[in-house]
Design a protein. Structure first.
Length: 270
């Protein structure tokens, strides 16, 4: 008769480290991440005009489709504003471009405390986290911002019917803050599948718990869609809510695949 091993699994290469060794390791990972951000930031500065042109596309297209008078304008209030704006664009490009390297350094820092079965997820973790963030940024650029700008400009058209010309001339700083904030928020929201998958691997939640919570997830998804929808636009609400729910159910499906399976400690006789 064979018996199943009941010895607890321990982290691979479980080496004791002092607090100073942990700090030294963290410092090395932080330096590598910082260098990656600086290199990508320099590249972002070189392509700042192309990035700014890309960021303007939803704003300009919504302006043209709203048939507002004149051309869209973005103004600066002082001479240094343009430099500060381009620096912000370069920094954003540096953070986004270096994200895969930063995420890998983070994983490498915590990996000594992981089990061998968990370490194999490093490449999928970096790949999917980067891909999901990029997908969220594209969703913001091609879906959220066009709807938002179109609605805001429709309010300008309605207000201009009184005979007084009301137009929009956002500052360079405000335009970049609003646009980059929307891109980053959507990118982070699209990390939901990865976040829930990590909780499943860590056994904080189980796939069945996530599945049973789905009815509440649907309600929360539509509530969030209603809150962020400008003016209560039903089409936009369904798009936002549908994206959130798709991400949640994708997370549930992934958790069923990667969640650790329970092992029986009782040996079965012949």
């Amino acid at each position: 008769m064979t018996t199943a091993s009941t010895e607890p699994e321990t982290p691979e290469a479980d080496v004791k480290m002092t607090i100073w060794e942990h700090l030294a390791e963290f410092r090395r990972r932080l330096i590598k991440s910082t260098i990656a951000v600086i290199v990508c930031m320099i590249a972002g500065w070189a392509f700042r005009l192309q990035i700014f042109k890309w960021l303007r596309v939803p704003f300009e297209n919504a302006w043209a489709s709203s048939h507002l008078p004149g051309v869209p304008e973005i103004q600066t209030l002082s001479a240094p504003d343009i430099f500060a704006g381009y620096l912000e664009i370069a920094l954003l490009a540096g953070v986004v471009g270096a994200a895969p390297i930063v995420l890998y350094q983070l994983w490498a820092f915590i990996s000594p405390g992981l089990y061998s079965r968990e370490k194999k997820y490093v490449i999928p973790f970096v790949f999917f986290s980067t891909s999901l963030f990029a997908t969220g940024v594209c969703f913001a650029h091609y879906v959220v911002l066009p709807f938002a700008y179109s609605y805001f400009f429709s309010l300008l058209s309605q207000a201009g019917d009184s005979g007084t010309l009301i137009t929009s001339k956002p500052t360079f700083e405000y335009f970049l803050d609003f646009t980059t904030r929307v891109h980053i928020v959507c990118g982070v929201v699209f990390e939901l599948p990865l976040f829930i998958s990590a909780l499943s691997v860590a056994r904080v939640v189980t796939p069945m718990q996530l599945f049973k919570f789905s009815r509440w997830a649907i309600l929360v998804g539509f509530i969030i869609g209603a809150i962020v929808t400008p003016g209560g636009d039903v089409t936009f609400q369904f798009i936002v809510s549908g994206a959130i729910l798709a991400l949640y159910f994708l997370s549930v499906g992934i958790s069923f695949v990667i969640a650790p399976k329970k092992k029986s400690n009782d040996a079965k006789g012949p």
